[in-house]
Design a protein around this ligand. Structure first.
Ligand SMILES: C[S@@+](CC[C@H](N)C(=O)[O-])C[C@H]1O[C@@H](n2cnc3c(N)ncnc32)[C@H](O)[C@@H]1O
Length: 225
């Protein structure tokens, strides 16, 4: 997985370990405290805005629908959603430092009513207490780069990816929508993987490039129902 603005020093498989993210968010949280920089916007601000634009324009989604950010990291997507009027927001990440950073980023803009919790999206959610964010039902779940990170779990990630798919399905209301933005998987690969449990509902147009006469995309953004 490639960062939006720089290339990581780490081997890509390390992005599939919790230790990598703990180190990254400890550093980013300290930087945020020192100079107020919120850290990496994965896949760039445009990518985040395209997801929020799509939700904003969707007649079926209202601003008070429950939205969960899966693997919220620094909370930048939640901040964008909140600033665009979405009021019923939650974020989970399996790294406590990410949750601390997201809470700081949102609080700095005066948003203290976003529900933030640690949680592993590949775990058995049925064993969590009923009050957990991961036992609630959402109208919308958003993922920007989290399924990509899970897919890099050392050892092939098959079980983790399947657990993630199962968990996202269980987090959604029956009429729920799952927005996923990925730079590791093509549209076809995402459809092949998610379609046993989800149906492709829409696609967000993302910039394309041409190479050797073929059209490719660096980021894929799909909506499943
Ligand atoms: C590429 S970053 C993207 C962060 C955020 N979605 C964004 O767009 O800025 C991947 C995120 O997924 C989180 N993550 C990875 N595996 C996870 C898991 N099993 N459960 C919850 N969060 C996870 C990481 O801690 C990290 O915040």
């Amino acid at each position: 997985m490639e960062k939006a603005n720089e290339t990581s020093d780490f081997e890509s498989s390390q992005l599939g370990t919790k230790q990598y993210w703990e180190t990254a968010y400890s550093r980013e949280f300290k930087t945020f405290q020192d100079i107020g920089d919120i850290g990496e916007i994965w896949f760039g601000e445009d990518s985040q805005e395209r997801m929020v634009d799509w939700l904003d324009d969707c007649d079926d989604v209202s601003k008070d629908d429950a939205v969960l950010d899966l693997g919220c990291g620094n909370g930048a997507l939640l901040l964008e959603l909140r600033q665009r009027g979405f009021t019923h927001l939650s974020g989970v990440d399996y790294v406590q430092e990410a949750i601390n950073l997201a809470a700081g980023v949102l609080a700095k803009k005066g948003f203290t009513n976003v529900r933030l919790q640690t949680g592993d999206l590949t775990a058995d959610l049925s064993s969590l207490p009923a009050v957990s964010c991961l036992r609630c039902k959402y109208r919308v779940c958003v993922d920007k780069g989290t399924y990509d990170a899970i897919s890099l779990t050392p050892g092939g990630a098959k079980e983790e990816r399947e657990a993630y798919r199962r968990n996202v399905r269980s987090l959604l209301q029956p009429d729920g929508l799952f927005l996923i933005t990925s730079c590791n998987w093509t549209k076809q690969e995402l459809m092949d993987f998610f379609q046993p449990d989800f149906k492709l509902a829409s696609e967000i147009r993302t910039p394309s490039f041409q190479f050797g006469g073929k059209v490719g995309r660096s980021v894929t953004s799909l909506i499943f129902s």
